[in-house]
Design a protein around this ligand. Structure first.
Ligand code: UN1
Length: 506
């Protein structure tokens, strides 16, 4: 009964939040058995995906410019309705997208279900916010005889470049937001996950997004770079590495034409602080989820765990114990909790890091993974100092550092000095400690006494600062306006003949 009332799933069930017309609700349950059957009967495309040339990219932008002329003049309600239809179609075709996410993205069943749900949530959330923010505009005060309205309108052709780690949710989230804000979009998905993107775009077109307003360009970083360099684009939305975000920024800055904005959501060396008052079982559970779920391939994932030395041995032992229970294996096997990493290149990079750590750090846990395939087992290493971890390690590898209570300020200093600011976890039962951490660290998403991944659209708007990105937060109320231009219209309502009707848009 306790399970029934808590947020935890019963055996054989998944338990997820969802957005509907009444807002956000928790408690939706889904039986796994029938879902798995439906997933298993999906027949997926096998034909090779054709990559675009630079010329194709230029043509897509040119076509999108004409699409923008039409799409930007549609009402917010028209655009929101198309996104709501897309959400419905995604829900109907959940088994198919799960199958695609498992085959192309290596996702476990839990991760795949959550991801389809997140894509659905993005569509519904931006539809709700879009209706509010892009409807009649905001009336502002003015003297008698004048009306003032602030309204939002699309910028033009937005380039949306998305990562392989959330090939459906982030892809759809970026595209849905750009479209809702009245932009035309040229989307460039990660080259590792082209089919998911292709089917998502087909679905969006089916839902009522005109072909001219949404274009898909497949290919690697070179095609992304060509899109970013195109002189006719109005903005770039990017999720991926900090280095690529910098190079996009440089390209945009070097242009002679209008100033083109970049919205970037990048990486993090995300930390969690565990003090002596934390509940060990809860910590073990949350650390394992945060560091190892999705094989650590989330930008929100925990990389660096600070544990107060009085309790460190016991905490680390419990965390290692929980990690030992994880099943690493084929994503299609429902018993799998940690699937493969995305490709052989990622595996090689992670294996090299593990080898380095084995010779320089203390090994607390080295998991086992199938020998063939791109599997990387969970690992736990203890470092002497946080300074030893200088880059984001995008996989199931946890680094632990002990701290003395007297050195708490140093812990905060060390987290801040990384320059990243994406997610942060705190486990403590002392309110003052929690408050100090929240106040001192300018981190985008802070999680207290719980795990630090799985931000829910509209509940925990997601995104960070500094090396972690530019904001605004995806799935939050400030996202859409940043994809738009603002226009204030001041009308002398007392003028002869008036201007009645000018502001009525349809
Ligand atoms: C990412 O991994 O690129 O909170 C961002 C979470 C996810 C993170 C997505 N929404 O775990």
């Amino acid at each position: 009964d306790q399970a029934r009332n808590s947020r935890l799933p019963l055996p054989g069930e998944l338990y997820l939040p969802r957005i509907n017309s009444r807002g956000i609700e928790f408690g939706d349950r889904m039986a796994l058995d029938s879902l798995l059957q439906a997933v298993g009967s999906e027949v997926l495309p096998t034909a090779a995906v054709t990559n675009a040339t630079e010329k194709d990219a230029a043509i897509a932008v040119a076509l999108a410019r004409t699409g923008f002329t039409f799409w930007s003049r549609t009402s917010a309600d028209t655009r929101a309705t198309a996104l709501e239809r897309a959400a419905e179609l995604l829900e109907q075709r959940m088994p198919r997208f799960i199958a695609l996410l498992q085959t192309e993205g290596g996702k476990t069943i839990d991760d795949a279900v959550s991801e389809v749900r997140e894509a659905v949530d993005f569509c519904r959330y931006y539809a709700i916010e879009g209706r509010k923010q892009f409807g009649d505009g905001l009336s502002l005060p003015g003297p008698t005889g004048e009306s003032n309205t602030l309204r939002l309108r699309g910028r033009g052709v937005m380039v949306a470049i998305s990562p392989w780690n959330f090939p459906l949710a982030i892809f759809v989230g970026q595209v849905a937001a750009c479209l809702m804000a009245g932009n035309a979009v040229v989307a460039k998905p990660a080259e590792q996950t082209p089919r998911i993107a292709a089917e998502a775009v087909a679905l969006l077109h089916e839902a009522g997004i005109p072909d001219t307003a949404l274009h898909l360009v497949q290919g690697d970083g070179k095609i992304g770079a060509a899109l970013v360099a195109d002189e006719h684009i109005a903005g770039v939305v990017f999720t991926g590495s900090t280095d690529v975000a910098r190079s996009i920024n440089r390209t945009l800055a070097a242009k002679d034409g209008p100033i083109v904005p970049l919205i970037a959501e990048t990486g993090g060396i995300n930390a969690m602080i565990v003090d002596a008052t934390a509940l060990p079982e809860q910590v073990a559970d949350d650390v394992v989820t945060s560091a190892f779920r999705s094989a650590g391939q989330r930008c929100s994932a925990l990389r660096l765990l600070f544990v107060q030395d009085d309790v460190a041995d016991r905490m680390i032992e419990m965390i290692a114990g929980a990690a030992r229970e994880l099943t690493v294996g084929e994503p299609r096997d429902p018993a799998t909790q940690v699937g493969p990493v995305i490709d052989a290149e990622a595996k090689a990079r992670l294996d090299a890091h593990i080898a380095r750590m084995k010779s320089t750090a203390r090994v607390h846990f080295a998991g086992e993974a199938p020998a063939s395939g791109n599997f990387v087992a969970p690992h736990i290493f203890e470092l002497q100092s946080a300074d030893e971890l200088t880059e984001e390690v995008f996989g199931p590898i946890l680094h632990v550092v002990r701290y003395k209570a007297a050195d708490f300020a140093h812990v905060l200093q060390s987290i801040a000095s990384s320059g990243y600011g994406l997610t942060l976890g705190v486990h403590s039962r002392i309110d003052d400690t929690v408050e100090t951490v929240v106040e001192r660290l300018a981190v985008g998403n802070v999680y207290v006494n719980r795990n630090m991944i799985g931000a829910v659209v509209g509940v925990q708007p997601f995104g960070g600062h500094g090396l972690s990105g530019t904001g605004p937060k995806a799935g939050g109320p400030h996202y859409l306006p940043r994809l738009a231009t603002e226009q204030t219209v001041t009308i002398n309502t007392a003028a002869a003949g008036g201007n009645v009707g000018l502001m009525t848009k349809e």
